[in-house]
Design a protein. Sequence first.
Lengths: 515, 372
Amino acid sequence: MMPAVAMRGIRKRFGAVQANDGVDLTVAAGTVHGIVGENGAGKSTLMSILYGLVSADGGSIEINGQAATIRHSRDAMQLGVGMVHQHFMLVETFSALDNVLLGAEPAWHLAAARAQGRVRLQDLMRDSGLQVRLDAPVEDLPVGERQRLEILKALYRGARILILDEPTAVLTPQETEQLFHTLRQLRARGTTILLITHKLKEIIALTDAVTVMRAGRVVLDCATADTTTDALAQAMVGRRVQLGRGSDAVAQAHGEPLLRADHLQWRDAAGVVRLADVSIALRPGEIVGIAGVSGNGQSELLDALAGLLVPDAGDLQLAGRRFTPARWLDPATARDLAVAHVPEDRQRRGLVLPFAAWESAVLGYHARPRYDHHGWMVHDTMFADAASMMERYDVRPRDPRIRSGQFSGGNQQKLVLAREAMPEPKVLLVGQPTRGVDIGAIEFIHGRLRAMRDAGGALLVVSSELDEILALADRVLVMNGGRISGELPIDACTEGALGRLMGDAAADSVQSAAA
Amino acid sequence: MSSDQELPRWLDLVVLPLFNLALALLVCGIVVLVIGLDPLQVLALLVRGAFGSRIGVSYTLYYATTFVFTGLAVAVAFHGGLFNIGGEGQAMLGGIGTALVALALGDHASAWIVLPAMVLAAAVFGAAWAAVPAALQAWRGSHVVITTIMFNFIASALLSWLLINVLKDPGNMTVESRSFGPGAHVPALHELLALAGVQWPRSPLNLSVLLAAASAVLVYLLVWRTRPGYMLRAVGHAPEAARYAGIRPPAQIMFSMMLSGALAGLVGINEVAGTHGRLLLDYVVGAGFAGIAVSLIGRNHPVGIVLASLLFGALYQGGAELAFEIAGFSRDMVFTLQGLIVLFSGAMAQVAAPTLARAWFALEHRLRPAHG
């Protein structure tokens, strides 16, 4: 059978970086083809070339056996290639229908265009099983529905080959399962799907064939049935990778809690209860994991413990001091009391993106006498410390002069973690330690977190990845609807048990994913 | 795809601005050609008018002094994430502060006391005028762009009221205060040079030019070398990250706006005390707004702002000369030239960057093919 996509000898250079170095990719029609690789391996570049966002320096492309010249995404769409970007390209204040029609209106008169478009879309939704509320403004749609809308948008424009860039990065487990269901249905209708991801479980669960890229080249190309997650991980990183607990023993912590929060309550501005009677204690030498579908109060709990959010009620005991909502902890005091915080959103919170790495490397600690001599910043020390952080945490490229925003997500995360670990905190609060991070870096970051625990630190890890909780935690708390719905020692944690505590809907999806 | 390509610094900071300036001059040339004049002759006259004589240079520097103050004011607020377009009003208040001190002390006290007191008053009055919009933004969320521009009008009304009802010299028909006493006289450059035995033509250029130079150095040190500057930039670039780092954004908003207002207020020293020697109605004449253009063209950096101020000073002085020398070359033509320079060097400063980047990387590629 004729391949849907055949790319041969694709080359692309950005400045000093050879992003694609003679890449061959063949995708059989009507299959789901996975493309995996670490950040910077060149997979996004390859797909941008196929979709006409970037022009290749060399190589050829065939679509359905025909030589194709793709200079612009308009060319790609005419050839039936559609793309769903990781960050959605939607006008939030427009209705779902208008978003689909935007730029592809079937008539000049908008009312007529809407009427015609609605009929076609309803047919399309029935055929594809992609259900979207067409009249709701996009800002009111949950993330999963926005993604269905993006897919619908591509299909409406006649896409027969669909590129999905990290589609599950923003989805909850149930939304992911729903997406996979949809993609299988689309495949059954003959749509060819290219799936860019770094989650290997998804490759195994969904794809027919997989291409692994590393440093701009293809290093493995095989049928999914012939491979395993371990083999894929090894191909991606170029060495054996140890994820999960391995032989790591579970720590039993009995000491006095370093941090103890009792009965935290908080309502947001809209009056929704985000924290409901949450109590937690962190003891030296343990990692406490918080599992839960995101948006169930985990972020608010982290913020409250870090001093970024003042709860309505409850109290906090830390280093012999007691804080109540009238005089709550503030972030500077938290750091003075040896509480470090790796925030969930490293781009908005963890780093000042336009700052050079050496400036971001002291953020939060900038007032320490080490960096501040009577108001003057000690640039030499800042630079030297940043360099040593980057050395110890293997941040690449290893140049403190580079702007924080220029690093890849994994390297940004390592920089933030390095900074927070530098003053050897007693308590470390970590939100989403490895979101959007490469496998190699995940292994590294997990190793560092365990080492901090073994050195007597008390760690709180919030993660929406169950695998991560299971790999790291010694004790697991589950949050659901702003309250702690249960606590399990790690030996008692199964995906099913956790799923039940995370909420009924979540339990179903976790179990069906595990099945 | 993580690499949006960055230009090497020298290309970004030297070649690109010169390229933009050349482009602006080219289009100016076409405009001049259209009205039937010789562009090269006009350019030569402009340059000669601004730099060709000692008096021309003096005037250029005098104009530039005011632009340095207002340009720095805009830049400091910008680094704090705020767009202060109230330089006009803050400069007026600076002038009022200067005048009040000069009128109170100028007749009796020595210049050693009055001059520092005037500088302090100009800065404090400017800062106080900026503090109100700042507080409204910091704690009430009213946008400073709206409030500062409203405060320009209030400042203008306040100045008129003060002059007409309180400070007007009773024996004088024009709306201005009496002349300041000798203690409030800011030495002009020609007077200082005369002391050193150097003959220099009479011009409004005065000691304030050194104050402007010192302000540029201090702003650089403060913003990039000190902890308050670090905090100010952190809030400006990423308020959420700043909050995470234990920095309180409201305090920083107050700090950067008041510093900005103080710098704008110093215009009062150059214009009211340094040039006119009395308080009058229109000593700011758009300098506050020109500061926005100066800061934009100078990339919000003190070095760039000093250079852009010199460019603007030269345009003011050379343009005045042009209007005088060539019949048919009106003051409006000078504004057209200024507008084109603001357009190409300020508003469209990055338009040529991608082309330049592509040319550079292609060249680099050819020079070092085995790289990487």
